[in-house]
Write a protein that binds this ligand. Structure first.
Ligand SMILES: O=C(O)CC1=CCC(=O)O1
Length: 452
């Protein structure tokens, strides 16, 4: 039973949050950066066209908009839906706010019309509501003369059309450190092999690999944030932050260099480690992954969907992506075991990882990856099909490429023996190994695929 005071406190909180949005619009449209930045918490962040965090990052981002060609705008925020968290000491203290944005603006001297959505996290500090995270996504952003319906918009398109100010460094956003849960198996003193799981699975994705490789390797498996036993702080996460979290785990375990194999987002994290922490890898095996995942703008939408509806929204559609029909029919128990991991995932952790995937694009940086790299694609993988995996093998300095015919996205499960054999011989072979390629010959530089 709520008291009249509690109901009044909730109504007051909603009105104050409405006023926060109005102040945000006014400060932004007036170019009043002091007020604008004061509306965020000290660790507050803006996610959308760019990522910006903290007073310095936020001011630099907002003040840089004019240099990017956006010389004036009129923000109209409406349709607020405020979901207050449970009250603390009788007072609401945090909320999630969904709202609509309609925004006439001038970009590169041309009148534009834009509309989008905000998905914000607000908190009450010292009696004042502030943004902990403000996230915008646009539905259209089009020259007025063209008509809005021609301006189907994605954040990715916008990011590509924004020019970087010559003297301003790009604002970099990396999520706060996360202590990833892990498990160690295998022979003590053996070379270390780190295994990175895919979105929606936990470290038991690799049970078959661990059974087969434990006598040759010291195997470290980790859980993604919100997956398995890892905590799920509020997203978005970034691939650079996830790579840093894995390296921090290696630091905690006193591991200098390691072989690394990862599936899907796990493979993307491996690429990011190779770029940002190149000294830490002996070899890199990228399984069912990409340098940029398909349809980047669909990932924030998926994040929004699981935040709103929970993991149940994902189960049916993932089954057809992770496995072939044949596998579901013949290995039903195994398919169910893996889908249970998805159902047990924390929606916020899953959503944060989706956001990292959507923003991930290292295609241009692949030549900087010099560690010996083996890329394994599933021939029947609808999520990261062979053409996408091949870009990684072709792009890195020292790549090999193998396609396993008839395997879907969870290639290491559908073709467990084959993947285990490839990982083993690649990591154990001379200077990081040579992928065995029955019937196909070795595929150096990813020029030729070997099929098996
Ligand atoms: O959507 C999926 O489940 C497939 C996938 C993409 C990235 C990842 O890790 O899994």
């Amino acid at each position: 039973m709520t008291t009249a005071e509690q109901r009044l406190a909730r109504l007051e909180a909603i009105e104050e949050i409405r006023a926060l949005d109005a102040r945000y619009c006014r400060a932004l449209d007036d170019g009043d950066w002091d007020t604008l930045v004061s509306l965020f918490t000290d660790d507050g962040e803006f996610v959308g066209l760019r990522h910006a965090r903290g007073p310095v990052g936020l001011r630099r981002f907002f003040a840089g908009l004019a240099r990017e060609g956006l010389t004036s705008f009129w923000h109209h925020v409406s349709n607020l839906e405020v979901e207050l968290d449970d009250a603390v000491d009788g007072e609401p203290a945090a909320a999630r706010v969904h709202s609509l944005l309609w925004q006439p603006c001038v970009r590169d001297g041309v009148p534009h019309v834009a509309a989008g959505r905000y998905d914000d996290r607000v908190v009450r500090l010292d009696g004042e509501w502030r943004y902990r995270r403000k996230r915008v996504s646009f539905d259209y952003f089009a020259p007025l003369a063209d008509g809005w319906e021609k301006g189907v918009f994605s954040v990715e398109d916008a990011a590509a059309t924004f020019r970087t100010g010559a003297s301003e460094p790009e604002v970099e956003f990396v999520h706060a450190p996360i202590d990833l849960a892990h498990r160690i198996d295998g022979r003590e003193g053996a070379p270390v092999l780190v295994l990175g799981p895919s979105l929606g699975t936990d470290l038991h994705l690799f049970d078959e690999q661990v059974d087969a490789l434990a006598d040759e390797f010291r195997i470290v498996r980790y859980d993604l944030p919100g997956h398995g036993a890892s905590p799920a702080p509020a997203g978005p996460y970034t691939m650079a932050g996830l790579a840093r979290d894995v390296v921090a785990l290696l630091d905690r375990l006193d591991i200098g260099r390691a072989h690394y194999a990862g599936v899907s987002i796990g493979g993307a994290i491996g690429q990011q480690i190779a770029l940002d922490h190149p000294g830490r890898l002996e070899t890199l095996t990228v399984i069912a992954s990409a340098a940029r995942f398909a349809e980047p703008s669909s990932w924030p939408a998926r994040a929004q969907e699981v935040r709103a509806k929970g993991m149940a929204a994902m189960i049916t559609s993932r089954a057809g992506v992770w496995f072939t029909h044949d596998f579901v029919r013949t290995r039903n128990e195994e398919a169910v075991r893996l889908l249970r991991m998805l159902g047990a995932t924390d929606p916020e952790g899953y959503a944060g990882c989706c956001e990292a995937i959507g923003a991930f694009d290292v295609r241009r940086r692949l030549p900087e990856i010099t560690v010996p790299t083996l890329v394994i694609a599933g021939g029947a993988d609808p999520a990261t099909p062979p053409e996408m995996a091949k870009i990684v093998a072709h792009g890195v300095a020292d790549g090999r490429y193998v396609v396993i015919d008839g395997a879907a996205h969870l290639t290491n499960v559908e073709a467990a023996e084959r993947v285990t054999g490839l990982v083993r011989s690649f990591a154990a072979g001379p200077r990081g190994g040579t992928a065995p390629t029955p019937g196909g010959g070795e595929d150096r530089g990813g020029r030729r695929a070997s099929h098996s």
